[in-house]
Design a protein around this ligand. Structure first.
Ligand code: ADP
Length: 252
């Protein structure tokens, strides 16, 4: 297999945050959700983000995706720096360079599997490359279900279609927010195996927010957040090591 799903060579930086701070509101009610967060994701790696509720995980993901503008600091998606971009350009960059996978699959119920995935290039105003579309669906194990509608699929199958949809524009990075949150344990593991496969064999870059230490243990590295700050990193940890670190987060 030598087809690359990603847009640029493995080893370069897919996503970079440089001292990103995000403060919501002003004055006495201001909340600083993220404090001077810096991280670089090398292409072809799988990173999990963990931290207690309210530690800034969603804010981190939103800033990384260009959905939220940092109060200070910079975000690069590939070679594009986001802070200088106007809203329309930012939306275009996001569509072209980021793939999203959520806990809810968010598929269009009236459309077939193939049409759901084809919607992405259509929205970007690109011609639909049907051979590529089918290859991506094949890769995620949905090649035999092109004409089905979401209601005819299991949760795991719907999430596979959502993953195909996230990959079809060959994004710099796939951002996944609790992607296994709605799946049973076995199906969830299969989806995590799929992420590993997309990263390991195809050079995709995945950043996943999760609260599940087992899910995090599928990643190459796990980044911890506490109170909006970077609070350490583990490389190729076991689920037990992740759990242990979570228990002690915030302790000095
Ligand atoms: P997590 O995803 O780890 O639970 P969040 O990034 O959602 O954490 O939130 C971090 C902090 O920022 C919390 O204190 C939260 O209340 C606050 N926050 C998040 N979004 C907003 C917002 N839009 N307006 C005000 N405060 C927010």
């Amino acid at each position: 297999m030598n087809t690359r799903l990603a847009s640029a060579p493995v080893g370069t930086t897919a996503l970079r945050l440089d001292a990103v701070t995000k403060t919501y509101g002003t004055g006495e009610t201001a909340v600083t959700a993220l404090r001077e967060m810096s991280i670089g994701l090398t292409r072809g790696t799988f990173t999990a983000v963990m931290g207690p509720s309210g530690s800034g995980k969603s804010t981190f993901l939103h800033c990384a995706a260009g959905l939220d503008r940092p109060t200070a600091g910079k975000v690069w998606l590939g070679d594009v720096e986001l802070s200088g971009l106007r809203e329309a350009k930012l939306t275009a960059v996001r569509r072209e360079r980021v793939g999203f996978v959520f806990q809810a699959y968010n598929l269009m119920s009236a459309l077939t599997v193939e049409q759901n995935v084809a919607l992405v290039p259509r929205l970007s105003g690109q011609a639909v490359d049907r051979a590529w579309l089918r290859e991506v669906l094949e890769r995620v194990g949905m090649g035999g279900h092109l004409d089905r509608r979401p209601a005819q699929l299991s949760g795991g199958q719907q999430q596979r279609v959502a993953i195909a949809r996230a990959l079809v524009n060959r994004p710099d990075v796939v951002l996944a927010d609790e992607p296994t949150g709605a799946l049973d344990t076995r199906t969830g593991r299969q989806v995590l195996e799929l992420f590993r496969q997309l990263v390991g064999e195809l050079g995709q870059t995945v950043l996943m927010v999760t609260h599940d230490p087992v899910a995090a243990s599928y990643a190459d590295s796990v980044v911890f957040l506490a109170d909006g700050r970077f609070a350490g990193e583990l490389h190729r940890p076991t689920a037990a090591q992740v759990s242990d670190r979570m228990t002690h987060l915030g302790e000095v």
